[in-house]
Design a protein around this ligand. Structure first.
Ligand SMILES: [Zn+2]
Length: 241
């Protein structure tokens, strides 16, 4: 009987190790997901910047056309003005000339502002691209590191599974099923009992149950928490191994 309890105790040790390995494996995915999210954000920003840039380039082309047109009109007015004799006509052309010159000044200013905006978008794009390539590199590095870790963990799982088999083949199958059922509720399905107390829930077990446990009378569960109890000596003997 003690042998069976010891096997259960050892099995629990292996299962705890396997749980930890699987938890470690599961922790990798969110890390990669975070980087993927960052990359998606940067790609989205890149698209937005490119769209903005294209729109501004169209605006600039139109504005440049307008400026050229105005320059043409101003040249025409100047040409005309030199050939006018009539006062009334002279002032009309002069007025038009001044109007166009003012318009030209305004549009020149607007064009300068637009060019500055375009330069700033281009800077943002360059900055964004730098961040994006850094994230891509981080992703590649992380994936490589994780692949190496996964390989190590998988080896550990294999060896854990082998250890598990060697324990379960000698275990009473009723005990094993009971252990597995309890383990769905409590990771520590097998607990030590000491001085009449279950160390799983820290509640005193009825004296008769404790005496039976000491005698090794079959599989003893704590009446309070239902965990399988082993006597402290057996538990600590195994721990020292
Ligand atoms: Zn208990």
């Amino acid at each position: 009987m003690e042998k069976q309890m010891q096997l259960l105790w050892e099995l629990q040790g292996i299962d705890a190790g396997l749980d930890e390995i699987r938890n470690t494996q599961e922790s990798f995915a969110p890390k990669l997901d975070n980087i993927k999210e960052d990359i998606a954000l940067l790609q989205g920003a890149e698209e937005e910047y490119q769209g903005e840039l294209a729109a501004k380039e169209v605006e600039r082309r139109d504005l440049r056309d307008k400026v050229e047109q105005l320059k043409g009109l101003i040249a025409q007015s100047k040409e005309k003005i030199s050939q006018i004799a009539n006062n009334k006509e002279y002032f009309a052309v002069l007025k038009e000339l001044e109007h166009n010159q003012k318009q030209l000044e305004r549009q020149d200013l607007e064009l300068t502002g637009l060019v500055e905006e375009i330069d700033s978008i281009k800077e943002q794009i360059a900055e964004n691209e730098k961040e994006l390539s850094a994230k891509d590199a981080e992703m590649a590095l992380e994936e490589k590191a994780i692949a190496a870790k996964v390989a190590t963990l998988e080896r550990k799982i294999k060896s854990g599974d082998r250890g598990r088999k060697s324990k379960t083949k000698d275990l009473d199958q009723t005990f094993l099923r009971r252990y597995q059922r309890i383990r769905k509720r409590f990771k520590n399905a097998v607990v030590a009992a000491e001085n009449g107390t279950c160390l799983g829930c820290n509640v005193n077990v009825p004296p008769q149950v404790y005496i039976d446990l000491l005698k090794g009378q079959g599989l003893m569960c704590c009446p309070n928490c239902q965990r399988i109890m082993v006597h402290r000596d057996e538990a600590s003997a195994e721990k020292k191994k």
